[in-house]
Design a protein around this ligand. Structure first.
Ligand code: GUN
Ligand code: FE
Length: 442
């Protein structure tokens, strides 16, 4: 077996700070040592306590850096990488004007493979080590994505998009073809190395009730695959669903009647959810991907984080960039936007709550808490080396953060907050996958 050591400041979440005192949820080692064995966490603690035990181990010195668990993006579209920042439209017009013509290109398998490399490079450059990913309706684009992720040994969840109506002919499948193609892809990729499969109907606008039932049938046949879709993002979309599914009680109920709501279901957005829908999501242990940069960019609205994380209806929540409606691949930029969305609703999102959403909260939303999300023994060693002083102004703002000054917990909260609000890809000094360096920025 091979042992590796990392000396740095470490910060991780071990419980949910939306429900417990932050001091019980967050661990901080000002001068810490992380020991990785065969790609997994063996031990973490104070350097002074562990140094003698691991005297023989090679230790990478990151003493003026802050190491956190790898960021988890709970909703993103890899084929939309090239159409980020497309001007002027809200959801439905944005889809027909920009998105559908772009996704058409992904019938070309080589094109999909080329974009998948650019996409994964960008995720890793931004410290995102796991993501839940939309591909396109073309199964060859799903193959291309999984192949690229497998070559890099990444833990990724993805699926072919199901869409059989209200979209151009060039971008639709049928209920029958989506069943056959999805089943083949599940058998090929689910649990292949670190990869996992999500049955991915685009949203209820572009799937017939027959196709939604097919998705439900696939979940019954393969009980440990995921369900990934969009839910209640935009006012016009919700009105359309009420019209198209008059027999349903609401948007979530359309998915519920097809058997798509449950513990391994992740719904992007949920901006327009009713109180009853929040309650149903809590009851079924479903998860929401909160995508603040997308919700602002498309003018969709302000997600009610305090409802989703209330004591009455506790829902698993992660952060999603939702590129290309989202405006950045960076989970730091996304956390900043989440803070701003909370402020616009007179709510607070604390720096440790934001860190939780970006790491352990995302892992829980994706049912990956046993594998990822913090530095507990046995977890996969995907982590990020942050530089809280990556620009001149951040260096000025985060003066307290230097190698010979271990901080108090309130000081760490303050320096982390400034890093979340001001940081971007430049603050990601390095990214590690299973203990191996994959990106080094500075
Ligand atoms: N709803 C259905 N498709 C999409 C998409 O591609 N992006 C977003 N933001 N919402 C959607
Ligand atoms: Fe999306």
């Amino acid at each position: 077996s091979t042992l590796q050591g990392f000396r740095a400041s470490f910060l991780d979440a071990i419980a949910d700070p939306f429900y417990m005192p932050e001091s019980e949820c967050i661990r901080y080692f000002g001068d810490g040592l992380l020991i990785v064995e065969d790609g997994k966490v063996k031990e973490i603690g104070n350097y002074a306590d562990l140094q003698a035990k691991y005297a023989e181990v090679d230790i990478a010195d990151y003493r003026d850096r802050l190491i956190v668990s790898g960021f988890i993006d709970t909703h993103i579209h890899f084929p939309q990488t090239e159409m980020i920042a497309s001007y002027g439209e809200q959801l439905l017009e944005w889809l027909s004007t920009y998105t559908f013509p772009t996704e058409r290109k992904f019938s070309d398998r080589q094109y999909a493979a080329d974009i998948a490399e650019i996409f994964l490079d960008e995720l890793l450059r931004n410290g995102t080590t796991t993501a839940l990913v939309f591909t396109t309706v073309f199964p060859q684009s799903t193959d291309a994505f999984f192949e690229a992720a497998q070559r890099r040994n990444l833990r990724m969840i993805a699926g072919k998009v199901l869409m059989d109506c209200h979209a151009p002919d060039y971008l639709t499948d049928t209920a029958t073809s989506s069943y056959t193609e999805t089943k083949q892809l599940i058998e090929k990729w689910h649990k292949c190395d670190r990869l996992l499969y999500a049955v991915t109907p685009r949203f209820a606008v572009t799937s017939s009730s027959e196709q939604l039932s097919v998705a439900g049938r696939l979940l019954q046949e393969f009980p440990d695959v995921y369900l990934h879709t969009h839910l209640s993002e935009n006012v016009k979309e919700v009105a359309y669903i009420a019209e198209a599914f008059p027999e349903s009680k609401g948007y979530l109920d359309v998915y519920d009647q097809a058997g798509l709501v449950g513990e391994r279901s992740i719904f992007a957005h949920g901006v327009q959810l009713t109180d009853q829908e929040f309650a149903r999501l809590a009851e079924t242990k479903s998860a929401i991907a909160f995508c603040p940069t997308s919700n602002m960019f498309l003018g969709s609205g302000l997600f009610k984080i305090e409802k989703a994380k209330s004591v009455e209806t506790p829902i698993k929540v992660g952060l999603g960039t939702d590129v290309g409606a989202g405006t950045s691949f960076s989970i730091l930029r996304t956390a900043c936007a989440a803070y701003q969305v909370a402020q616009l609703r007179s709510q607070k999102l604390s720096p440790f709550q934001a860190l939780f959403l970006a790491t352990l909260g995302g892992a829980r939303a994706l049912c990956l808490e046993d594998q990822l999300g913090n530095f507990e023994t046995g977890k996969e060693a995907d982590f990020v080396v942050l530089n809280p002083r990556s620009t001149a102004i951040m260096a000025l703002r985060n003066q307290l953060f230097n190698s010979n000054h271990p901080l108090t917990l309130p000081e760490v909260a303050d320096q982390l907050f400034a890093t979340l609000i001001m940081g971007d890809d430049r603050a990601i000094a390095a990214t590690y996958i299973m203990g191996e360096l994959v990106k080094f920025n500075q």
